[in-house]
Every structure is written in structure tokens, then in C-alpha cells.
Design a protein around this ligand. Structure first.
Ligand code: HEC
Length: 399
């Protein structure tokens, strides 16, 4: 009963999380675009810094950008803050439902670290809380703002340290999701604690007839730039659980950092374009980095040697015995593993037909990576992985 409720909760939360996340990132892309396409106003107006015309869904829209704030405040001012808020709320709840309340096998991999579920949850939550305070502390400090190259470097190194550290204590998948959750949390809190209050301050001083303090605007801008560069990386983490070749790799933390750099480069190229520079250098650099990464992860022999094979013929019965002891406690019509009532993803690995049918993803999850058995709860050995791999590559012979 409990797992059914958790499954449905996860479905609803994930659905909502994606919808509000699209609304947030979509509006942030839209405002970036607006800012970069402003022109001189058609009718000169000393307040208006830039203007642009658009046509959409049967109407024409004219937008005027006014800096720092209009002299007379409009009756209704629309704020863009709820998208970020709800993305944060649904994200935290989803993390709790899937990783903290769900099966411990998602969170812990005893081959990586044999810790208890409570310890794993404490590590996850502490990373999020401490991570935010360190980040915010750096950028609220005087030196952090003065030497931005230095604070930027600390921020990046900090992210590497968190990725590495988590990959040594949590399962690959949980380590990735916690790095993503930390970045997402930083982005949400940037909006709620640093950007929006700054704008409120500007509005309030205008209403009181005072000149707004421009330092709020400077801080808001800095946090927006951070959020901007973090967008593409955080979206990757959200879809990463579909790609075991990344989080299941033995150097998963380094792969994550590489993907962050590639995402950041692509974002940088958008920004350069939006700022009117024609430079395209980030694109070839990102493509070259991606090719190297694909080679490193997926091309046997690209680094190190090709795994050795035995000349002995592997028969189905040998493979069947392995799958039976290592996989079917979960992947069966009636799983016996605690916390599972149905075969995960409806994948059953009981009969020969089923095993053959799923061979290619079995290879991906249990041979090329160690993502299955989940959390290696059934203690599958390296040798067993090699045997299954060889059986599949040699054309899956019968008995
Ligand atoms: C502790 C229970 C458990 C055991 C044991 C287990 N699995 Fe899984 N398996 C899962 C869960 C849970 C999922 C769904 C993961 C998800 O939601 O992404 C899954 C998903 C899969 C998938 C689909 C992956 C995808 O991305 O679509 C394959 C293939 C798979 N398992 C193969 C295996 C094989 C092969 C074994 C044995 C070597 C095995 N599993 C052992 C729990 C288990």
C-alpha cells in the first residue's frame, strides 16, 4: 500500500515540478531575449531605455524597459517569482518522496559506502543546507564581491568538491540528484532572498518618493548571472537518472563536472550572441569536449585496455542462474524484495524470452555500468557482469 501511495505522489510531484520548471526557465530565457533585443524607442522618452515590438497570438505587444524604476508606479505590477518558488517546493518534496521515503536502494550503494539510510539522508540534507549558506556567505562578503574571479573559482571548486564527496558516500544516482538539488536550491533562494527583495526595495523607495539604492540592483544582477549559467547544468541533472552511463560510471563525479562545463559553455555562447558579439568559439570547444566525453565513457579502448574475454562459450543456463539470484528478487511478477510490489518499470526477467528481450538494457545497466542490481543489494560480482556481457556480445547462444 505504502509503495503505491509513494509512486503516485512521485508521479504528481514530478509532473508538477516539470511544468513549473518549464514556466520558470521559459520566462527567464524570455527576459534574457527581451533584454538583448531592445531598440531605441520610436517616440523618444527620457524614461524609456529600450523598446521592442512583438506579434503573437493575434495581437501586437510593445514593451518599454525603464531603469532603475518608473517615476510613477503602475497600479498592478506583475512579479515573476512564483515559478521559482513552486519549482523549489515540488523539487524538495520529490527528493523526499523518491530518495528519503522510497527504497534505500536508490540512495545507498553498499559497494560505495556501507552507511545507514538515516546517515545518507542526513548527508543529503546537510549538503543542501550548508551548501547554500557557504555560497550565499561568499557572495554577501566584501571580498567575495570585490574579487569576483576569485569567488567564482571558489564556487566552481566547491561544486567539484561536493560532487566528488557525494559520489564517495551515496549511490551514483543519489549523488547526482543531490548536486542538482543544491544547484536548484541556490537558484530558487537567489530569486527569493536576493533578487526579489532587492526589487521590492526599489519599488518601496519610489513609492516613498526617494531615490532607490542601486546596490540592490547590482546584487540582483550578479545572482541572475549565476542562475543563468546554472540553468543548463541543472536541467541535465534532472534527466540524468535516465542515463546510467553517466551516474553509474566509476568516475561519475568527473563526468558530471565535464557536463556542467559543457552546459556552461553553451550558455555562454547564448549570452555572447544576445550581447551582440558574433563570437562562436564556445560552440566548437563544447562539441570537442562532448566528443572526448563520449569517447571516454562509451568507446572501449579509448582510455585503458579493452576488457578481456574468455574463449569459453557462455550458455544461456549460466546467464539464467545469475539473473535468477541477482535480479528476480525485484524483476519478477511477484517481487520478494522488501518495498517492491510490482516489477520495477514492469521489467520482468524470469523467462528466457524476457531476458533476451531486455538484453540491450541489461547490458547497459548491469555490464557497462553497475546501476543494476539497484544499490547492488543482491551482491552481483564483477565476474558475473563480465559473463552476462560476453553472452550478449557473442550473440546470446542457447544451451
Ligand atoms: C532491489 C531491486 C532491484 C534489483 C535486485 C534489480 N533491479 Fe533493476 N530496477 C530496479 C528499479 C527500482 C528500477 C527502476 C529504476 C528507475 O526508476 O529508474 C530498475 C530498472 C531496471 C532496468 C531499466 C533501466 C532503464 O533505465 O530503463 C533494467 C534493464 C534493470 N533494472 C535490470 C536489472 C538487472 C539485469 C538486474 C540484475 C542484475 C536488476 N535489474 C536487479 C530494481 C532492481
Amino acid at each position: 500500500m505504502e509503495t503505491i501511495i509513494l509512486d503516485w505522489l512521485a508521479l504528481i510531484l514530478r509532473w508538477a515540478h516539470i511544468i513549473v520548471g518549464i514556466a520558470w526557465i521559459g520566462s527567464s530565457f524570455y527576459f534574457m531575449w527581451l533584454d538583448s533585443h531592445l531598440e531605441e524607442p520610436t517616440v523618444p522618452d527620457e524614461e524609456v531605455e529600450g523598446q521592442l515590438w512583438m506579434v503573437h497570438s493575434g495581437g501586437f505587444y510593445r514593451v518599454d524597459k525603464i531603469m532603475v524604476a518608473p517615476k510613477v508606479m503602475p497600479r498592478h505590477l506583475h512579479w515573476f517569482k512564483w515559478e521559482a518558488w513552486w519549482t523549489g517546493v515540488t523539487g524538495v518534496l520529490l527528493l523526499a518522496v523518491v530518495y528519503y521515503l522510497g527504497s534505500a536502494a536508490f540512495l545507498i550503494d553498499p559497494d560505495i559506502a556501507d552507511i545507514s539510510k538515516i546517515e545518507a539522508v542526513a548527508i543529503g540534507v546537510a549538503t543542501l543546507v550548508i551548501g547554500w549558506f557557504l555560497y550565499d556567505g561568499i557572495y554577501m562578503s566584501e571580498w567575495g564581491n570585490k574579487y569576483t574571479k576569485f569567488s567564482g573559482t571558489i564556487g566552481f571548486v566547491g561544486l567539484c568538491v561536493v560532487s566528488y564527496g557525494l559520489s564517495q558516500v551515496l549511490s551514483g544516482r543519489a549523488a547526482y540528484i543531490h548536486v542538482g538539488a543544491l544547484i536548484g536550491l541556490i537558484m530558487v533562494l537567489n530569486v527569493w532572498i536576493r533578487i526579489i527583495p532587492g526589487q521590492h526595495n526599489v519599488v518601496n523607495s519610489r513609492k516613498k518618493g526617494e531615490e532607490p539604492d542601486p546596490s540592490y540592483g547590482v546584487r540582483a544582477k550578479q545572482r541572475s548571472v549565476h542562475n543563468n549559467y546554472l540553468t543548463l547544468p541543472v536541467v541535465f541533472v534532472m534527466i540524468s537518472s535516465h542515463y546510467p552511463m553517466t551516474f553509474g560510471h566509476e568516475n561519475n563525479w568527473a563526468i558530471l563536472i565535464a557536463i556542467f562545463i559543457i552546459g556552461g559553455l553553451v550558455r555562454h555562447w547564448f549570452n555572447l550572441r544576445n550581447a551582440g558579439y558574433g563570437s562562436i568559439w564556445p560552440v566548437p570547444v563544447a562539441i570537442a569536449a562532448l566528443i572526448m566525453l563520449v569517447g571516454y565513457i562509451s568507446v572501449p579502448g579509448f582510455v585503458g585496455g579493452v576488457p578481456e574475454q574468455t574463449s569459453r562459450k557462455i550458455t544461456f543456463s549460466e546467464v539464467h542462474a545469475i539473473v535468477k539470484t541477482r535480479c528476480t528478487s525485484c524483476h519478477a511478477a511477484r517481487p520478494t524484495y522488501q518495498g517492491f510490489q510490482k516489477p520495477p518499470k514492469n521489467i520482468r526477467l524470469e523467462s528466457e524470452t524476457e531476458i533476451r528481450k531486455y538484453a540491450s538494457i541489461i547490458k547497459k545497466t548491469a555490464v557497462e555500468t553497475n546501476t543494476m542490481p539497484l544499490g547492488n543489494v543482491t551482491k552481483m560480482t564483477k565476474e558475473e557482469r563480465r559473463i552476462i556481457g560476453q553472452w550478449i556480445t557473442s550473440g546470446m547462444p542457447g544451451n
